[in-house]
Design a protein around this ligand. Structure first.
Ligand code: FPP
Length: 253
């Protein structure tokens, strides 16, 4: 379990496990976890933040290079206003209270998603944590906040079309690489695995372009219950997958 005074974690890949470079996580089931325990939904989100801290530590321990977590989707605005503002408060508290420990653990933080619609003070906070961790060389923690993949792709198309109309780029030169570079994730490799907790089996507008060849792993646990055993089980599942990228793969059939 994570603690404020946790010592710096040494990377130690587990034996016989395949370690992804980039792990994406749809952290689902906070509300159901809380309901099952007779607690308020917000308590599920608080516990969800603790699970996130733990998973950051597992990623460092097992040598994962990038962890992207879906913490607030563009569609989550449809939730009751008090829940929305609670999740915003959690993000603020997470970046403020955990910053020193993340820096000690050499974690670089990136927050992806639309800045439009966020309060200026939150935008300043996001810019500040990104800047303070920009030179860290360990795990890259990407927090998708106010993020929606279709909006991300739409923004990319809009900026490429504007560049083409302004004569800065030749439309005929636009290829997949050009589009990848126009997304929020431009410096981040595509995810090798995307996990979704709570038994739901869909991507819900998370990294749609980037997940073209990701292995999808759906686990029954609600996010607050996702522990190191669950994490290792995911790595074992990943080790058994044959990634073919449209080709024939290792077995040739
Ligand atoms: C899914 O549970 C979780 C969310 C919609 C977002 C909240 C995520 C966290 C609190 C984790 C870390 C967050 C931050 C800001 C660093 P749900 O509410 O959809 O659960 P349900 O489907 O059971 O109702």
């Amino acid at each position: 379990m994570a603690s404020e005074n946790a010592a710096k974690i040494d990377p130690a890949p587990g034996p016989g496990l395949r370690i992804p470079v980039h792990l994406g996580v749809i952290m689902d089931g906070n509300g159901r976890w809380a309901k099952a325990k007779g607690k308020r939904r917000t308590e599920g989100h608080v516990q969800g933040v603790q699970s996130l801290r733990n998973v950051v530590e597992y990623c460092i321990k097992f040598g994962v290079s990038y962890l992207t977590v879906f913490s607030f989707s563009s569609e989550n605005w449809a939730r009751p206003a008090d829940e929305v503002s609670f999740i915003f408060g959690l993000l603020r508290r997470f970046v403020v209270s955990d910053l020193q420990r993340l820096i000690r653990n050499n974690v670089r933080i990136k927050i992806i998603g639309a800045r439009k619609g966020l309060e200026p003070s939150l935008i300043r906070l996001i810019d500040e944590v990104e800047a303070k961790t920009a030179n860290n060389t360990g795990l890259v923690l990407v927090v998708a906040f106010n993020y929606g993949a279709r909006a991300e792709i739409t923004d990319a198309v809009r900026s490429l079309v504007a560049d083409a109309v302004a004569g800065k780029i030749d439309p005929a030169s636009i290829d997949e690489e050009t589009i990848s570079r126009a997304l929020y994730t431009r410096e981040i490799p595509d995810p090798d695995i995307i996990i979704r907790t709570s038994g739901e089996q869909r991507l819900s507008n998370f990294l749609l372009w980037q997940s073209a060849y990701s292995e999808l792993v759906f686990v029954p646990e609600n996010w607050p219950d996702f522990d190191e055993t669950s994490f290792v089980r995911v790595l074992e599942t990943y080790a058994m997958r044959d990634r073919r990228y449209g080709g024939l793969g290792a077995g040739g059939s």
